[in-house]
Write a protein that binds this ligand. Structure first.
Ligand code: UDX
Ligand code: UDX
Ligand code: ADP
Length: 469
């Protein structure tokens, strides 16, 4: 029997759980959506005017639905007990210790959530994997659920419904997703019914042809594969950026020409100082680890090289800064514009600014960091001991005052509209710009007097002679 869902619980009120549930609440007024988390401060923030995450458009939707059919609470057990469908959207970080450390996904939070579900469920539940998990996690979770449930006759149907939203565009991605992928045990009637229940939820706003069903393992693997493919594109264009600098080609022109081939397509071809975010590196390492576990060493190595190229790109950027500035940045003030891993988010997980910042500090620089959204506390947490060489600023012009160089680390729109003439006036001379995101008008900057390094673009004679190549 296909259950027409009227109450949903989501375990984990993070970057994925919060926005996804807000969208379901908005589009399905007949469904009561309760988001739970073990973190009281997180839940308090969701219930306040200052939401714990920044996403354009999220505030409005939460305000519209909260208290009507969208609730945030720490009463995990109560919410599970009364819901027909439970999304699990807890964090699955890379394991820090033990077998598979540094590569495998740590499923501690997932397992703990599953144990709680098993303990409090008195009625049938459809469990939806939302967090990215290794292939065949559903099988492991099913065992935990079945072995720990004390009420006889309770059925758990497990579905995989990976989330493809990107941060900064989460609400647009949720409103009009390229696809919604639902994996389930589609060979049996009950499994098919569970899939149909979730399809029905999404069908409230997503066109049927965009809702894809698959078997559980395909759905789980598709999520890891999608992130690996996206990251691979960035590493591929970044590898080209190094070659362009060496040969005098222009990576933007190369990317444009590539993108015009309909088999390649134009998206995700922006060369950058490196990809960041909570997903790409973590998911590739996880994917490669799974390959290793299956003895597929060559496949694992192929994917590791995507992460290797990303590390190379960040190192290369640091080397450029040092070599361009006469091989010494000791005691020089270097301003980092942007710290978030991409624009329109305050998230700094795996942000390239962290590695680049550490690299510059290692060479003796004093860093001045300005980001429109990232808090000082977050920067302090990410940079740790390096903070003794870092000052954070609330105004870009103060961050740039007396700086020898500016490194653009995030593609925030506001950086483009700054008065770069004024900035030139307050900086030390020669004033260097290192554009790690290719967002500035380089010709104009050169006219003003800056020495400009633009990633993947022909190198200025001044920089070339400084480097001796
Ligand atoms: C290729 C380029 O497509 C073309 O733009 C360039 O000018 C010359 O090289 P071609 O070698 O003729 O053209 O064939 P193509 O269709 O690209 O296939 C190349 C190989 O890849 C074939 O062996 C094909 O079977 C294989 N292939 C292609 C796959 O294995 N999987 C695919 O999805 C596509
Ligand atoms: C990614 C996937 O896009 C999303 O589908 C998945 O659900 C989660 O992981 P996210 O990490 O939020 O989303 O951001 P994304 O826009 O993919 O960017 C990731 C990183 O790649 C950022 O650091 C971004 O700056 C960088 N990037 C992206 C490039 O360097 N060049 C590009 O062309 C695109
Ligand atoms: P993501 O980016 O995948 O959404 P986040 O780290 O932003 O990840 O969010 C995951 C959330 O899950 C955190 O707020 C964390 O407190 C919560 N969480 C982890 N384990 C549990 C659990 N067993 N029960 C409830 N909430 C949990």
């Amino acid at each position: 029997m296909v259950v027409k869902v009227t109450s949903i619980c989501c375990i984990g009120a993070g970057y994925v759980g919060g926005p996804t549930m807000a969208m379901i609440a908005l589009k399905c007024p007949h469904i009561k959506v309760t988001v739970v988390d073990i973190s009281q401060p997180r839940i308090d923030a969701w219930n306040s005017d200052e939401l714990p995450i920044y996403e354009p458009g999220l505030d409005e939707i939460v305000k519209q639905c909260r208290g009507k059919n969208l609730f945030f609470t720490t009463d995990v057990e109560g919410a599970i007990a009364e819901s027909e469908m439970i999304f699990v959207s807890v964090n699955t970080p890379t394991k820090k210790t033990g077998l598979g450390k540094g590569k495998a996904a740590d499923l501690t939070y997932w397992e703990s959530a599953a144990r709680t579900i098993a303990a409090v469920s008195k009625t049938n539940k459809i469990i939806v994997e939302k967090s990215t998990v290794p292939v065949r996690t559903a099988e492991a979770i099913e065992k935990v659920l079945q072995r720990n449930c004390n009420t006889s006759g309770v059925r758990f149907d497990i579905l995989s419904n990976p989330e493809f939203l990107a941060e900064g565009t989460a609400m647009d991605d949720l409103t009009a997703p390229d696809r919604v992928l639902i994996g389930g045990k589609i060979e049996g009637q009950e499994g098919t019914d569970a899939v149909a229940s979730l399809v029905e939820v999404y069908a409230n706003w997503v066109p049927q042809e965009r809702i894809i069903t698959a078997n559980l393992w395909s759905a789980e693997l598709s999520k890891l594969a999608a992130n690996a493919f996206l990251a691979q594109r960035i590493s591929s264009i970044n590898s080209m950026s190094a070659l362009c600098e060496a040969t005098g080609a222009d990576v933007s022109q190369v990317a444009y020409a590539l993108g015009k081939d309909s088999r390649i397509g134009p998206k995700f071809l922006n060369a950058s100082v490196g990809f960041g975010g909570s997903c790409f590196q973590k998911d590739i390492l996880n994917l490669a680890y799974i390959c290793e576990c299956h003895g597929l060493t060559e496949v694992a190595d192929y994917w590791y090289s995507v992460v290797g190229m990303n590390d190379y790109q960040k190192n290369r950027f640091v080397k450029r800064v040092v070599s361009a500035m006469f091989n010494t940045i000791r005691n020089k003030k270097i301003c980092m514009l942007g710290f978030a891993f991409k624009k329109d988010t305050g998230d700094t997980r795996e942000a390239p600014a962290i590695d680049v910042g550490n690299g510059l500090i290692e060479d003796g620089a004093r860093l001045a960091i300005y980001d429109p959204k990232v808090s000082d506390a977050q920067i302090a947490m990410d940079m740790g001991a390096g903070m003794s060489n870092i000052t954070t600023y609330k105004s870009h012009i103060e961050a740039l005052r007396d700086a020898h160089a500016v490194c653009v680390m995030t593609e925030w729109d506001e950086f483009k509209s700054y008065d770069w003439g004024e900035i030139y006036g307050v900086m030390q001379k020669p004033a260097f710009v290192f554009d790690g995101r290719l967002i500035l008008d380089h010709d104009k900057l050169r006219e003003i007097g800056f020495i400009v390094y633009a990633l993947g673009k022909p190198i200025e004679p001044f920089l070339r002679s400084a480097e001796g190549n």
